[in-house]
Design a protein around this ligand. Structure first.
Ligand code: NAD
Length: 413
């Protein structure tokens, strides 16, 4: 299944319940602009290399468009298109004054030296600098990109347009980045896990957690959940699954990844090691957090999923057919558009701070993040109860209504 088909499926389910007209559906689904560009660099060995870069700007009716920049060998136009539309719904659900966009380059960043990565980023900015900007489209980090890439991006863009750090978020804290941005997505996953568990009348100590992916999102979610007394029984990355039914020592795991090359779990030995895919299918798990790739829970493995709660740290980890089955089995899924919205929320705080030329302390960032996510969770929960639909359908219903309203208020239709 193509990723854009999955997003359209979830959109259609909610649009159906809202009795949205066909014209409005088409208008809300079609991206405003799609750009594919050739990005060329000279490799360290002196040879030329070409890559394809993308920026899809989906919708700007609620404000400037916002969305990450992904460096991954599987990046293509279809994936970027679906992620851009997901950003429109995500920013609407948490009620940020933004639209949605996404970009990326089809490249395996592990094959690039630091110098090559910088040149690639700067060459990409040369191609798209005229369509991004603080009031138009504001990129941010995503898979394969980090604060360094954001910094190169900003400096290259400023060569054309002059000083304006609000052009991009996820920058280094010393260079107009926000405190708390790096941890925000994982922390948001943790805030929502706490909220849901309390809503269900359970205790955190009784809710064993398994996390797929131990990068930015997975590791920060693990840290926050561990601090909230959840036992984390399994974590995984490309090197495999690391399992301890009594709960992993998360500070020890984090120390290990800080010392290992590329932040990998490889070589962590104070637990049992299992093959990578087994994490999703563990039986003694209350909360499953896919925080690595899209499309990991499908028709093929959905029967093997036992956790009664799934929190989508990654974008699009559950395919529609599997999502339907999970809902029928009573499994609660906090959907990506809400679950991982902590990142874009603190990105928004960074943009606000840049425009105010003022820096917030970390406790203010954390407090306001919690406030935004809890308010979004409460409204999604309420709609799901009212209409007896999944949290995903409820979230899409809220988002579509907000974007539709903004489109109608703007007029000119
Ligand atoms: P990352 O590159 O920092 O980490 C990805 C992790 O997934 C790594 O630990 C990697 O080893 C692991 N992984 C890759 N393939 C795997 C596999 N087959 N099995 C198990 N683990 C595997 O990426 P990230 O920033 O943490 O993003 C993860 C997901 O969260 C992506 O879907 C991204 O779009 C989404 N997301 C990230 C942010 C953010 O702020 N970083 C915000 C919203 C959504």
């Amino acid at each position: 299944m193509r990723s854009s088909e999955a997003v359209q499926y979830f959109f259609d389910q909610a649009a159906e319940l809202l009795e949205l007209s066909l014209e409005m559906r088409q208008m809300l689904l079609m991206p405003k602009r799609e750009v594919s560009v050739q990005v060329s660099i000279e490799r360290d060995n002196g040879k030329l290399a070409q890559f394809v870069g993308y920026r899809v700007q989906h919708n700007d009716s609620r404000g400037p468009m916002k969305g990450g920049l992904r460096y991954h060998h599987e990046v293509d136009l279809d994936e970027v298109r679906s992620l851009a539309s997901l950003m429109t719904w995500k920013t609407a659900i948490v009620d940020l004054p933004y639209g949605g966009a996404k970009g990326g380059i089809g490249v395996d960043p592990r094959t690039l030296s630091m110098r090559e990565k910088e040149h690639l980023t700067r060459a990409f900015v040369d191609q798209i600098q005229d369509i991004v900007g603080p009031d138009r489209d504001i990129p941010a980090p995503d898979m394969g990109t980090d604060f360094r890439v954001m910094s190169w991006f900003r400096h290259q863009w400023e060569k054309y347009h002059g000083f304006n750090p609000a052009v991009i978020t996820g920058k280094p804290v010393e260079e107009y980045g926000s405190r708390g941005r790096e941890e925000a997505t994982g922390r948001g996953v943790g805030i929502l896990a706490n909220k849901l568990v309390r809503r269900l009348g359970k205790k955190t100590e009784d809710c064993a957690v398994a996390i797929q992916g131990f990068g930015n999102v997975g590791s920060h979610a693990a840290k926050f959940l561990h601090e909230s007394q959840f036992p984390i029984v399994a974590v995984s990355d490309v090197s495999g699954t690391y399992y301890n039914p009594d709960g992993l020592n998360i500070p020890d795991v984090l120390r290990h990844t800080l010392q290992s090359p590329h932040g990998s779990l490889e070589g962590y030995s104070h637990c049992e090691k299992l093959p990578g895919s087994t994490l999703l299918e563990l039986e003694d798990v209350e909360i499953l957090i896919p925080a690595a790739l899209g499309g990991v829970i499908t028709a093929e493995n959905v029967d093997q999923i036992h956790a009664p709660i799934i929190i989508e740290g990654a974008n699009g980890p559950i395919y529609p057919v599997a999502d339907k089955q999970l809902h029928e089995r009573g499994i609660i899924v906090i959907p990506d558009v809400l679950a991982n919205a902590g990142g874009v929320t603190v990105s928004y705080f960074e943009w606000v701070q840049n425009r105010q030329h003022y820096r917030w302390p970390l406790d203010r960032v954390r407090r306001e993040l919690e406030h935004v996510l809890v308010a979004a969770f409460d409204s999604v929960w309420e709609i799901s109860q009212q209409h007896q639909v999944s949290l995903r359908t409820a979230a899409f219903m809220i988002a579509i209504q907000r974007v539709q309203r903004a489109t109608e208020l703007a007029g000119g239709m």
